[in-house]
Design a protein around this ligand. Structure first.
Ligand SMILES: Nc1ncnc2c1ncn2[C@@H]1O[C@H](COP(=O)(O)OP(=O)(O)OP(=O)(O)O)[C@@H](O)[C@H]1O
Ligand SMILES: Nc1nc2c(c(=O)[nH]1)N[C@H]1C(S)=C(S)[C@@H](COP(=O)(O)O)O[C@H]1N2
Length: 182
């Protein structure tokens, strides 16, 4: 039986959090992870505005109090004045993993030339990996398809649960010495 994982999902949107439009970020994140992971998952969901202090407090709560091994944010990564998700994420980070942002932008360029506008980052905070995804709901699948293979081993290395993926969605990569038999 796979280990249980607690995963935080944070949709960061002024308009969705005010009810101006329906939030499509949280459902898209849950759909992708539900299809990708074998583990039983407890999702902790938050829908918040583009306010740096609120984003920082939410990330700290999910990583420290809720015990999330992974937190995915969506929205607020661009250059507009109210886009502050990367600043908030870096402010609560222990370590920055530049490869996640680089790879998400690289794969996203296959879909839209404006992928270059996302300042998304990946960081650790304690035993939690935090990844920023762009706000367009379709960008969630586009970016997770491109980087998730490296997520389970990263979560191993920071002390989280052993994440197991469905190979038809994404094949996790681990060095041979780190693979546990099913
Ligand atoms: N949570 C969401 N649910 C549905 N659609 C969204 C969501 N977040 C963003 N979008 C869509 O993606 C576009 C780009 O996202 P971005 O994060 O730049 O939003 P924005 O223009 O800053 O506005 P807001 O913060 O009010 O969502 C939005 O204009 C909207 O059409
Ligand atoms: N995969 C993917 N990446 C993407 C996009 C997208 O549609 N798909 N949109 C881009 C656009 S238009 C912007 S402005 C930036 C930042 O978006 P955000 O502010 O909604 O996070 O992400 C970019 N990255």
């Amino acid at each position: 039986m796979s280990q249980q994982a607690v995963i935080g999902l944070v949709s960061i949107s002024d308009r969705a959090s005010q009810g101006v439009y329906e939030d499509k970020g949280l459902p898209a994140l849950k759909e992708w992870l539900g299809a990708a992971l074998h583990n039983p998952v407890v999702f902790v969901e938050r829908l918040i505005p583009d306010e740096q202090a609120v984003i920082e407090d939410t990330l700290k709560e999910l990583a420290d109090a809720c015990g999330c091994c992974l937190v995915l944010t969506t929205g607020g990564t661009g250059p507009a004045p109210r886009d502050v998700t990367p600043e908030a994420t870096l402010a609560v980070a222990d370590k920055v993993l530049p490869g996640f942002g680089e790879q998400m932008r690289a794969v996203s360029l296959k879909y839209v030339p404006t992928a270059i506008l996302s300042r998304q980052v990946g960081v650790t905070r304690g035993a939690c990996l935090v990844l920023n995804l762009p706000g367009q709901p379709k960008a969630i699948k586009e970016t997770l398809d491109g980087v998730f293979a490296a997520v389970p081993y990263c979560v191993d290395l920071i002390g989280g649960p052993y994440l197991e993926t469905r190979e038809e969605v994404v094949k996790a990569f681990r060095p041979k010495s780190a693979i546990k038999p099913r």
